[in-house]
Design a protein around this ligand. Structure first.
Ligand code: AMP
Length: 559
């Protein structure tokens, strides 16, 4: 990775990595693909490292006897655990000959990819009480065999830092170059398989035609995503007609239906089957016989007394923070299906949306908690406008407008799907805290804590790093450091002075902030140097907007 980092030319990076990939064994190849993209395991693996910031600091502290203040100071300037541990190990005085000697061990052991994998799996395997301590010990055990440079990359893998120098796109190019495939084939394989390690394996096996791969049941695909449309005119500019569906605010999920079992996966490919038994129980033998093996795409929505409940409430089920049986009784969930990717074992990814819809409607009978999402194909602005009004009245966020002839592009945010949302008015908020950025934003204070006015105080209602240009980050970093009140584990708290205009998608109930509310998808539209504290919106204004939003959702019941 150091070699890859040493050149800024993409082609050279790809060639260096391609020749490295060719040298790897069958066992090492997928692992290196995960590590190169900053993942300890495959993105579909159930293994999770779950290693906290303070635990990591603690490990570095134990390994190097550097004070937490010294480490925090260094971390503050780089915000990268990899560089932190490398720095801490290199700068240790007196410099030991090797880490082994530091630990008073005589054995001299070279660290292999297999060792790293074994240790990482072990770290992930500790669960429950005492697990943080066991994880820490295991990491120390791993790092004692590592050079400072190796430790740097191990730290980045453990903290899932994407700064390992290689983005997915470049890695796919390297796989293509290493095993003499067209980029198109490798990218298609990635779309279908979702797992970059699996892609490398099939690419290496020259007997496989990558373009003929199809989705595999119980291997979730990344979701197709939508681009924002500014207006109906904007949406109609490129299309004669559009498939219009309500954009409901729930939880994206992929339902895999096999002969004997079914699984539901979240947008980040996590198995969430346990959280929605009412949806799984709805799967009838009729559905199975029409579909199996099949993969559906849709949105899980919870209804409480007939009203939609926000996404965060669904996540309490997923995180098992709620008794699921009780929640099923009180807040049943429904799966609204809007797409089909695999039908009776046949891939539908390359079939046009209109045709996929036909297959979908024919395949899904009426079921209790699985519902086919309604859609209309519309051509003119007035009809779409009416549809949008109706969707909003029924508690949706807006409309999804889809190109009828688009193919399913897993993991892509293209122009095939457009989202048209009705945004709320913007708020003027003040920055009261900021976090040091990661990745591209390293060295900048970039995640801003946004507060509304609450009489003589300020009440945080959200955080964001979105919306600003690089030069604005630089400017804010300088300005905020001048306003520093105290150092905090997350970064710094600052005097409320800088006012920003903030756009957001909606307001949620939140136990995280004392206001009980949080902005969802907040982004800064402007730094309001022209505004001062008097202009900051009050918490009452935010509460009123929240009430208006709830009113809109309530209309769902009456519709
Ligand atoms: P956003 O999260 O704002 O980028 O909007 C895209 C998300 O809207 C998708 O990932 C789905 O979770 C959700 N969604 C709601 N209704 C639909 C629909 N009819 N078609 C596709 N996605 C939908």
């Amino acid at each position: 990775m150091e070699k890859v980092d040493s050149t800024s030319k993409k082609n050279e990076k790809v060639t260096i990595f391609a020749s490295f990939l060719r040298k790897l064994s069958k066992f090492e190849l997928p692992l290196i693909c995960y590590y190169a993209t900053g993942q300890p395991f495959s993105n579909t693996s159930e293994n999770k490292i779950q290693f906290g910031w303070s635990s990591f600091m603690n490990v570095v502290n134990q390994l190097t006897s550097r004070t937490p203040d010294n480490l925090r100071g260094f971390y503050g300037t780089k915000a990268d655990f990899g560089s932190l541990i490398e720095y801490a190990l290199i700068k240790r005085t007196p410099q030991p000959k090797s880490l082994d000697s530091y630990f008073g061990q005589n054995e001299s052991k070279e660290l292999t990819i297999e060792d790293v994998n074994e240790h990482l799996a072990k770290i992930a395997s500790f669960k429950g009480k005492g697990s943080q301590k066991a994880k820490k010990n295991q990491l120390i055990h791993l790092l004692k065999y590592a050079s400072p440079l190796e430790a740097k990359y191990i730290a980045r893998i453990i903290t899932s830092d994407t700064r390992t120098g290689f983005r997915e796109g470049l890695l796919l190019d390297a796989i293509a170059e290493a095993f003499k495939h067209h980029n198109k084939g490798v990218r298609y394989a990635y779309m279908v398989l979702s797992d970059i390690g699996d892609v490398a394996q099939v690419a290496r096996d020259q007997s496989v035609d990558l373009l003929s791969l199809k989705p595999r049941i119980f291997h979730p695909l990344r979701s197709m995503l939508a681009t924002k449309a500014e207006s109906i005119d904007d949406a109609l500019e490129n299309y004669k007609s559009l498939v219009c569906e309500p954009k409901i605010d729930g939880f994206r999920a992929q339902l895999h239906i096999g002969k004997n079992r079914c699984k539901l996966y979240s947008r980040n490919l996590e198995d969430v089957t346990h959280a929605f038994p009412e949806i799984i129980d709805s799967i009838s033998s009729d559905l199975r016989s029409r579909l199996t093996p099949g993969i559906l795409d849709g949105e899980v929505v919870a209804l409480l007394d007939g009203k939609p409940v926000f996404f965060q409430d669904l996540s309490t089920r997923i995180l098992r923070k709620r008794d699921i049986a009780i929640s099923v009784e009180s807040t049943p969930c429904y799966y609204y299906v809007f797409d089909i990717l695999l039908h009776q074992g046949k891939s539908l990814l390359d079939i046009q949306l209109e045709k996929r819809k036909e297959i979908l409607y024919f395949s899904i009978p009426d079921l209790k908690n699985i519902i086919k999402m309604e859609h209309k194909i519309l051509e003119n602005k007035v009809d779409i406008q009416n549809q949008l009004q109706e969707a909003i009245q029924n508690g949706s966020e807006g409309l999804m407008l889809k190109d009828p002839i688009s193919k399913y592009q897993a993991g892509k945010r293209g122009k095939g799907w457009l989202k048209l949302k009705v945004t709320l008015p913007t708020l003027d908020l003040v920055i009261v805290g900021a976090e040091w950025g990661h990745g591209r934003r390293t060295g900048w204070l970039s995640n801003y804590h946004l507060a509304a006015r609450d009489r003589n105080d300020y009440c945080v209602i959200g955080k964001t790093f979105k919306g600003l240009k690089d030069e604005e980050f630089v400017q804010l970093t300088e300005h905020l450091q001048e306003l520093e009140l105290s150092k905090e584990p997350y970064g710094i708290s600052v005097q409320p002075k800088i006012v920003v205009e903030v756009e957001f998608d909606n307001i949620q109930e939140s136990s995280k902030y004392t206001s009980g509310m949080a902005l969802r998808f907040a982004r800064i539209t402007r730094i309001r140097n022209d505004k001062d504290l008097e202009d900051v919106d009050s918490i009452e204004t935010v509460r009123q907007l929240f009430q208006d939003q709830l009113q809109r959702q309530k209309r769902t019941d009456k519709a």
